[in-house]
Design a protein around this ligand. Structure first.
Ligand SMILES: [Fe+2]
Length: 255
């Protein structure tokens, strides 16, 4: 275990065993090429259909099209702005470890990259989904506060007692914001959820009116079942990110 890992793990009760270091030097030219192709495919649509916060965050955290990101460099850029870090982990985390990291403003980030054969879809998140899809939003101060607060609410639920129903409802709040969230900007629907940011097919379908877009309302979101592994029939659009921050606070009393 290196020094970075020890420092990263301070105060983390559940997620410590999952923290790893990113071996950036080990990425091959082929992998940098896959990253370049993935980013190159998504950017033209996102330039006109991603929300301002995403595009601003992309520049602020120093993402580049021509090579895979170094997570330490991304975190160094995020730290002075929102205090978030993109923290490398070994893979899928159990719920208590995941929430604990969000509550500590550390985003669990995978370091593996999909192969050229599975450019369009990976069942598990990879570094493209995690960093390209999620991390730019962590540079937005209100979104950053929302995500930390969401982690704290979920951590308290998962620690206090086994309440699978409450966690399922809270999972829907994550799904319909962080993963598949939409926002209205100057009368147009823009995307900010990572599942839409990182998937060309799903994003195109939503922008073309292939799913119903409802105004964001906390109770409606908590009651809307998720369609994992399928196209989304219903998504929710906010007017501003203050709405999801308020929702995370209100969710505490709703579950
Ligand atoms: Fe995700």
């Amino acid at each position: 275990m290196g020094t970075t890992e020890v420092l990263e793990g301070v105060g983390l009760k559940f997620s410590g065993p999952y923290l790893i270091e990113q071996d950036w030097e080990a990425y091959t030219p082929e992998q940098h090429g896959v990253w370049r192709e993935l980013v190159g495919r998504r950017m033209p649509q996102l330039q006109s259909h991603a929300c301002e916060a995403y595009l601003d965050g992309f520049d602020r955290i120093g993402l580049r099209e021509d090579r895979l990101p170094r997570l330490s460099a991304v975190s160094a850029r995020l730290a002075p702005r929102t205090g978030w870090a993109s923290t490398p982990v070994s893979g899928f985390l159990p719920a208590n470890a995941f929430f604990e990291m969000l509550a500590a403003r550390k985003f669990p980030t995978t370091t593996w990259l999909r192969s050229r054969e599975s450019m369009n879809y990976t069942p598990e998140p990879d570094i493209f989904h995690d960093v390209f899809g999620h991390v730019p939003m962590h540079a937005h101060p209100v979104f950053a506060d929302f995500l930390e607060h969401y982690g704290k609410v979920c951590a308290s639920v998962s620690e206090s007692e086994a309440r699978p129903e409450a966690l399922e409802r809270l999972g829907r709040l994550f799904w319909f914001t962080v993963e598949f969230g939409l926002i209205r900007e100057r009368g147009e629907i823009k995307v900010y959820g990572s599942g839409l940011i990182s998937s060309h097919g799903e994003c195109t379908r939503v922008l073309n009116g292939g799913c119903e877009v409802r105004d964001f309302e906390l109770d409606a979101v908590l009651n809307q079942p998720m369609q994992t592994g399928e196209m989304q029939p219903v998504l929710f659009a906010v007017e501003s990110f203050d709405q999801i921050y308020e929702a995370a606070k209100a969710a505490e009393s709703r579950i």
